[in-house]
Design a protein around this ligand. Structure first.
Ligand code: PBG
Length: 327
């Protein structure tokens, strides 16, 4: 039996590091990364989040420092989440100009100016005592249209605090249109919208619930998407673009790379992916056990988002990974 000698040899382009770099199809840059950050009302020292080793609930002061570090590392943006001390049925703290998230937006803008894109999670779940992303109707269901009015006010509060970009994440129908209209009506035509468009009802949000002291019992399946559906994710993204979204996002990240790719092929605006808390926790736990090599595993993860079509990647590793990319 004769052994065939291959004529076509793809290995030729893998011989040396410099050659591999020359033909690399994908590269993640620090400016593509966005750091999600939590700020908790009424604390002087940051509080560690046990399910997300290395991530904290910031004090107002430590948040400013984290934002300055992210900017210095060349990170593109910061996505802010507020953790208030008191919650109520309608999430009043979300709209109050003295509410923790609105104060934190102003703090960060004062600290970094335009050197970092300051984004805000626009959702009620951190502020409601029942933990849902909207207000409840008499029968206990989440009231879509009553929630929209509050989102419009929340968007205005964020814009007035100085946010460059707001990120509606509550999965209410029509949320992007209502927020765009409210912003434009108040003269905030420059404030952009990053829409959490294809957002799935995921078990991987677990650690996030600790991060924001969530009081949710039950689940979000009447408004977040069924993990079984990909076409529906594309439809949600197209609707958000039609309503005026500047960037559309797919979330979670790793289990939904197929949705990310389909959304990328279907819209003509930048696409973001959110490498969420449960994805962070899994990799950190494996690395802490010595089961995977942490730095290359993180870089491979971020590369996968880029390869699948993400222009923007929200990741808790943003500042650290940006340091590796520049170093
Ligand atoms: C909603 C929101 C959530 C996350 C970001 N925005 C939680 C949810 O929808 O249940 C999750 C982020 C993560 O898990 O890292 N405000």
């Amino acid at each position: 039996m004769s052994i065939e000698k291959p004529v076509i040899r793809p290995r030729r382009l893998r011989r040396t590091p410099v050659l591999r770099r020359m033909v690399a199809e994908t590269a993640v840059r620090p400016a593509n990364l966005v750091l999600p950050a939590f700020v908790r009302e009424g604390i002087d020292e940051p509080v560690p989040i046990s399910t997300m080793p290395g991530v904290v609930q910031h004090s107002r002061e430590s948040l400013r420092k984290a934002a300055a570090e992210a900017a210095a590392a060349g990170v593109g943006g910061i996505m802010l989440f507020g953790v208030p001390t008191t919650k109520d049925a309608v999430g009043s703290g979300a709209i109050d100009p003295e509410g923790i998230l609105n104060l934190a937006i102003a703090d960060v803008v004062a600290e970094v100016g335009d050197s970092l894109t300051v984004m805000s999670d626009l959702c009620l779940d951190e502020f409601t005592d029942h933990g849902h992303c909207g207000v409840l109707a008499e029968d206990g269901t989440v009231d879509n249209d009553a929630t929209l009015e509050l989102y419009a006010q929340m968007g205005l509060a964020h814009a007035e605090a100085g946010a460059h970009m707001v990120g509606p994440s509550g999965m209410m129908d029509g949320q992007v249109a209502v927020i765009r209209d409210a912003l434009d009506g108040a003269g905030h035509t420059d404030v952009s919208i990053l829409a959490y468009s294809a957002k799935y009802a995921s078990a991987f949000y677990g650690p996030f619930r600790e991060a924001v002291d969530s009081s949710l019992k039950g689940d979000r399946r009447t408004y977040q998407q069924d993990p079984a559906n990909a076409l529906e994710g594309v439809r949600e993204a197209l609707l958000d673009v039609a309503e005026g979204a500047d960037i559309v996002m797919v979330k979670p990240g790793l289990p939904y790379l197929d949705v990310l790719q389909r959304v990328r092929e279907s819209v003509d605006v930048p696409v973001a992916a959110y490498n969420i808390s449960g994805e962070y926790a899994m990799l950190e736990a494996a690395a802490a056990n010595g089961w995977v090599d942490r730095e290359p595993a993180i870089l491979e993860t971020l590369t996968a988002f880029k390869r699948a079509g993400a222009d923007v990647i929200l990741t808790y590793w943003a500042t650290e990974a940006a340091g590796w990319m520049r170093g």
